[in-house]
Design a binder for this molecule. Structure first.
Ligand code: 5GP
Ligand code: MN
Length: 339
């Protein structure tokens, strides 16, 4: 971090801190936030973690989960409490997103807040709104950036097993279990240090990956058997899930996470996309291999973004229109997909 000394001085006295994740936080967003919160609490700050929406139940084991304020579409109270906490904060940490619009209903409260703002993130093309940044796309996870920041502060000793497990969860999931191309030596060094501080790799893997409901597993079976389509000429796989189908399988938040990766597990496929219907929009999840940038694709056509090989976007309209928009673009990208 640039200005690390000024940042360090800010943390010398107890602060009212709020940590915000992106909408529908994943294990990296929530794990980095709860890891940071656990660390800052040890330094005597008062810390409130806020999420702009609910999140998967397989993240609820994370220490600190019970104190999170999760904004809800069905109940105005958490949203009001979240906005009040943001308005009263002296320091606001924004974790695992690079564009404020990803905080949805909290965006205005964050923009208006007088707090010192700190961005800690690894997504491409960050919006400039923060006073301090711990930002690089070279890090596979935001959790890793939290570890690096604690290291820069010289305070690894404050990482206990709870903090270590939260950070390890973010690192493990954003590298796809240390398999994606973003897995470098540095990721293993951080993992090693976290295990040294008490993280339990097999426990975290079990809690995240082997914590399915039967419904979720059945949904996966249904998608693989009936919804996964392949377009060999474009080296593309896609899956479309309607709200009715999700309902039929009793789907909960997070149940679609990871489905898109199955497309890329087919040999010769370079681009995989999952479209699913949310309450007020269609959500795209994109994954790619090699130089094909889904960040560019999502940014240019789907009001989204992310990383080169993993990105997301949205569409306002029907599922059919959303699929057509994607399919109509493929001829334009045919040579890139086949190069
Ligand atoms: P996922 O497909 O797992 O939801 O997201 C893949 C990656 O893209 C994640 O790093 C996520 O944070 C990012 N991402 C997902 N949706 C959006 C979006 O609508 N806008 C932007 N800028 N990034 C997104
Ligand atoms: Mn992340």
């Amino acid at each position: 971090m640039e200005n690390i000394q000024a940042f360090k001085r800010l943390l010398d006295v107890p602060r009212k801190v709020v940590v915000v994740t992106h909408f529908k936080p994943d294990a990296d967003a929530l794990g980095s936030s709860l890891g940071l919160a656990g660390f800052l609490k040890k330094k005597s700050h008062s810390v409130q973690v806020v999420t702009p929406s609910d999140y998967p139940s397989f993240l609820a084991w994370m220490p600190g989960n019970d104190e999170v304020i999760a904004v809800s579409k069905d109940n105005p109270s958490p949203g009001l409490r979240a906005k009040a906490a943001i308005a009263e904060a002296d320091m606001l940490f924004c974790l695992d997103f690079s564009a404020l619009k990803r905080t949805e209903d909290l965006q205005d409260a964050i923009r208006q807040s007088k707090a010192v703002k700190v961005l800690i993130d690894h997504h491409l093309e960050p919006e400039k709104f923060a006073d301090f940044e711990q930002w690089t796309t070279a890090s596979a996870s935001t959790a890793g950036l939290i570890f690096n920041l604690i290291e820069e502060l010289g305070e690894e000793d404050l990482i206990d097993a709870d903090v270590a497990n939260c950070l390890y969860a973010g690192l493990m999931t954003d590298t796809g279990g240390f398999r994606h191309s973003n897995t470098t030596r540095s990721e293993f060094m951080i993992a090693s240090a976290l295990v040294g501080r008490g993280a339990n790799p097999s426990l975290v893997a079990k809690l995240i990956y082997d914590n399915n409901t039967l419904e979720r597993l059945r949904l996966t079976g249904f998608v693989l058997a009936e919804k996964l389509k392949v377009l060999p000429e474009y080296r593309t796989a896609y899956m479309v899930l309607s709200a009715e189908e999700l309902k039929r399988f009793g789907s909960q938040t997070g149940d679609t996470e990871g489905l898109v990766n199955y497309g890329l597990s087919i040999s010769n496929i370079r681009l995989s996309v999952l479209l699913h219907e949310r309450k007020s929009e269609i959500k795209y999840s994109f994954r790619s291999l090699g130089d094909f940038s889904v960040n560019e694709l999502a940014r240019k056509h789907f009001e989204g973004g992310g990383h080169k090989n993993a990105a997301g976007g949205t569409f306002n309209g029907t599922l059919e229109e959303a699929l057509k928009k994607f399919l109509d673009l493929l001829p334009e990208y045919k040579s890139k997909l086949n190069s």
